[in-house]
Design a protein around this ligand. Structure first.
Ligand code: F0G
Length: 468
């Protein structure tokens, strides 16, 4: 097995550096500095791992393939098996719940629904706490231990919370979680309580919680575990590596993800870019992000960009106009002021992808279709299939293109939504501007309501007959 890649900066150098994503600032900071936004200009930070280029892409591919057969507990993690691509030393206090190694399904019914000949779904909901957050949290909690922190905090629509609660408990750290009161699914809330986190329910939405977390982050005793923390992005980028291994290094034409706080799209973009820079892939897949209509600040900005601005992705607009009162039943992505919008937008533009919106009805029907494929996911994840259907209809995705959608959360994260859809009682707000207006019903186009039947064989056989 080849040696671990040599670090370019010599033996004692750190395995990477944090740099400001704002080109005109260009400030760099050591990995040990616990900062989340550039102290000079307020922009987000990105980690650059100091790696030497491997002798050949095949060597690295073979190395990772060999690790799949390794019996070492660290190699059993779908994050730490890619340690060569991560800003950690070999002797780091690795935190793991055996995240990653998530399945890549063929989804024939969803493919047909979208107008595609094939569609594959990479299901990050198969992670230990049921969402894609776990890969990032393994990295963030490891860095929290390195930095000597005692308490990690996050704002969350529910999944980051569950993931932080679990990984902090595993690392022996205290977790404090800020949730928008009454806006988080009971399954996610239950997970955070079960893992022993301090759960603080705030009167306000996710964006208000996120602002509070940023204020708390100034306190030296607090470690921020949201995706504004660049170590989260490092863990989450490994899904791009795992996906490429599953695709036998054949680059899909399109990879499509939901967009909320925009950490996931940032991470995937970074992962593919690093593979490209190392010569492991010969082109980037087009990365597209789908937002819910009522919570789509980045899609709105994307729609306004001129062709010249789209080509000049290193000089992006300074400001994003937030959505003041975001609305969507896909509560995981009910976010009006995403912190990682700039990094995500850059990744999308660089790859030639799109950022679009889908309606509540489109999300609900796409989710039911993913269910019919025996896969299932939470509502936010279904934006992908809804978005792919639209992008196929618009001609951005060709009917024979190789398309992968990343499903971000497990179906059981939000059972109430599923039951209401199938019973035909799901209703949605009209959008951010008229949130107080009466809600409108969502038609259950693929409705599958439970039936009350008499406790008799004849009644059951009659129900079966009617169903056929
Ligand atoms: N899908 C699910 C299931 C999510 O939980 C989230 C975000 C997203 C998609 C969007 O990902 O924010 O990286 O663009 N959930 C966060 C949370 C905000 O607190 O759990 P993103």
């Amino acid at each position: 097995m080849p040696q671990r890649l040599a670090r370019a900066a010599g033996k004692k150098a750190e395995p990477g550096v944090q740099h400001c994503v704002n080109h005109s600032c260009g400030a760099t900071y050591s990995l040990g500095e616990r900062i989340y936004l550039c102290p000079k200009c307020g922009e987000t930070l990105e980690i650059e791992c100091r790696l030497t280029r491997p002798k050949s892409a095949d060597v690295l591919r073979g190395y990772w393939a060999a690790k799949s057969a390794s019996k070492l507990p660290r190699d059993a993690s779908g994050v730490w098996r890619y340690l060569d691509m991560l800003p950690f030393e070999d002797d780091a206090p690795f935190v793991t719940l055996f995240e990653g190694h998530t399945p890549l399904f063929h989804a024939p019914r969803s493919a047909k629904y979208c107008g595609l000949s094939d569609l594959r779904l990479k299901h990050q909901g198969y992670n230990p706490t049921g969402s894609f957050k776990d890969t990032g949290m393994a990295a963030a909690m490891t860095q929290a231990l390195i930095s000597g922190t005692r308490t990690a905090v996050c704002a969350s629509t529910g999944n980051t919370a569950a993931s932080l609660a679990a990984y902090a408990a595993r690392a022996g750290l205290q977790a404090a979680i800020l949730l928008p009161h009454g806006q988080v699914s009971s399954s996610k809330l239950a997970q955070s309580l079960d893992y022993g986190a301090l759960v603080l329910e705030i009167d306000g939405n996710f964006d208000a919680c996120m602002r509070l977390v940023q204020e708390l982050g100034d306190d030296p005793s607090i470690y921020v575990a949201n995706s504004i923390n660049p170590f989260r992005i490092e863990g989450q980028k490994t899904v791009a590596f795992e996906l490429m291994e599953q695709c036998a290094w054949q680059v899909p034409d399109h990879v499509v993800v939901p967009g909320g706080n925009m950490g996931n799209s940032t991470a995937l973009g970074k992962g593919f870019q690093e593979l490209y820079d190392l010569g492991l892939i010969s082109r980037l897949p087009k990365l597209s992000v789908i937002q819910a209509e009522g919570a789509a600040p980045v899609a709105h900005l994307f729609a306004k960009l001129s062709p010249k601005q789209r080509a000049d992705f290193e000089h992006l607009p300074e400001k994003l106009e937030p959505v003041e009162n975001p609305q969507t039943l896909a509560t995981a992505i009910k976010i009006g002021a995403p912190v990682s919008w700039k990094k995500a937008l850059r990744a999308v533009l660089r790859s030639g992808g799109k950022i679009i919106t889908v309606s509540e009805q489109e999300i609900a029907d796409a989710k039911a279709m993913i269910g019919r494929d025996s896969i299932g996911c939470e509502p936010a994840s279904a934006t992908t299939v809804a978005g792919i259907k639209k992008l196929v209809a618009a001609g951005h995705i060709g009917r024979k293109d190789d398309v992968v959608a990343v499903l971000t959360g497990h179906a059981l994260k939000d059972p109430d939504y599923m039951i209401r859809y199938h019973e035909g009682t799901l209703t949605a707000a009209h959008g951010p501007k008229d949130a107080s207006a009466p809600t409108k019903p969502i038609a259950g186009a693929f409705r599958n309501a439970p039936q009350r039947v008499a406790a008799s064989k004849t009644a059951i056989l009659a129900s079966l007959e009617r169903r056929q």
